[in-house]
Design a protein around this ligand. Structure first.
Ligand code: HEC
Ligand code: HEC
Length: 328
């Protein structure tokens, strides 16, 4: 057959459409991804929030895709194809300037999300996330509904836990400081109650604690520990006033273990987040000593019975003699 220009053009067009059919059209007809076990459809508000998420470029900083190698970041669940059914465009994201959000739903109660969207520095003093106050409350509520949905059925489960605990925490707060502190401490498991802070409250430790407090806690608990941080106006119950705590601890009762437990795990139903992913053991003890000394007025650090040392901290490190030094 003779190769004429017309034949070349027609051939080219046929090859083009054949490729489009095989690569784009065929898969969309034949390949319907089944939803994963956690998938669930969006409500109207959630869909509106997704739209805002795309339009405002949240994916420049946030991914929504946890891979096997992200396990170390504390990811609870590896993303599956079926998680993204009907979610167009699917927001996978390559940048991680901010944390991955694929499991954000129910991580925090809604009042935390609103305080954070209005100004991320409210809840996290060092955050570089922009403020979204200019969007107005309606859009912020849509964004909140959307991030609450992230994680599908797992997210709904976590969000329901938050919603179940919230009225109980708010009631306890309304009952006055004594009842509130009793309520808060009743939920800390018993072994933590008689546990003092195993780290000595040295000047260096207190300064470390001060820095951690300013970077992570001051937005809520306030620079002087009175609970008057900028997030206060959004949160119910409001952030704890540590100076009030001082008057309600019975006779110098131990507080180290209780603080440690609360900071590590957070308090479900309240704005108090958990810090076990961000702060390692010693940092939590240091910030606990700082709060105890500066705001509550005393620390139980290094009183008997001594609590648990961090496992990586061998005894010789604390008394400056190397292992086996005595034998030489
Ligand atoms: C310039 C980068 C940037 C942009 C743009 C951005 N974020 Fe963030 N975001 C961050 C950083 C950094 C953090 C972690 C610090 C913090 O909590 O603010 C964060 C935290 C978050 C968190 C809280 C995660 C958690 O549980 O601690 C949510 C929810 C969130 N962003 C949603 C959004 C949404 C929705 C948008 C778009 C409207 C957005 N972000 C835009 C950087 C960004
Ligand atoms: C987003 C706001 C927020 C941030 C950030 C925050 N907290 Fe809290 N915190 C709260 C709220 C709300 C409560 C519970 C108040 C209540 O139920 O009355 C609380 C309670 C606590 C308690 C419980 C005290 C007790 O006696 O049971 C401790 C300890 C605590 N926070 C320490 C910290 C530390 C340390 C940081 C920083 C590493 C921090 N918080 C960051 C809001 C916050």
């Amino acid at each position: 057959m003779k190769m004429t220009p017309a034949l070349l053009v027609i051939g080219g067009i046929m090859v083009f459409w054949a490729s489009v059919f095989i690569v784009i059209i065929l898969p969309s007809i034949v390949w319907q991804e089944p939803p994963s076990a956690a998938w669930q459809p969006w409500s109207d508000d959630e869909a509106a929030g997704h739209d805002l998420y795309v339009r405002n470029g949240c994916s420049y900083c946030h991914s929504q895709y946890v891979r096997v190698m992200d396990w170390g970041e504390g990811a609870e669940r590896i993303a599956q194809r079926g998680d993204y059914v009907n979610q167009l465009p699917a927001i996978l994201g390559t940048e991680r300037t901010g944390p991955d959000l694929s499991q954000e739903g129910g991580e925090h109660p809604e009042d935390w999300q609103i305080a954070h969207f209005i100004n991320p520095r409210n809840t996290r003093p060092l955050s570089l996330m922009p403020s979204w106050e200019f969007l107005g409350m309606r859009d912020i509520r849509h964004l909140t509904a959307y991030v609450r949905s992230l994680g599908g059925k797992d997210a709904t489960f976590r969000a329901q836990r938050q919603e179940e605990w919230k009225p109980q925490a708010a009631d306890a707060y309304a009952g006055g400081p004594a009842a509130n502190i009793q309520w808060l401490h009743d939920h800390v498991p018993a072994p933590w109650h008689p546990m003092p802070n195993p780290y000595p409250a040295t000047d260096a430790a207190l300064q470390r604690g001060h820095k951690i407090y300013q970077d992570f806690c001051a937005g809520c608990h306030g620079v002087v520990g009175d609970g008057n941080g900028p997030a206060k106006e959004f949160l119910n119950p409001p952030p704890l006033n540590f100076t009030e705590l001082r008057d309600h601890l019975v006779g110098g009762q131990y507080i180290g273990g209780i603080f440690y437990y609360q900071v590590m795990n957070g308090i479900t139903g309240t704005g108090m987040p958990y810090f076990k992913r961000e702060l390692e053991s010693e940092k939590i003890w240091d910030v606990s000593n700082y709060i105890a000394v500066d705001f509550v007025g005393y620390t139980d650090a290094e009183t008997a019975p001594l609590g648990i040392d961090a496992s990586y901290e061998p005894e010789w490190k604390n008394n400056y003699s190397l292992p086996g030094a005595d034998e030489k």
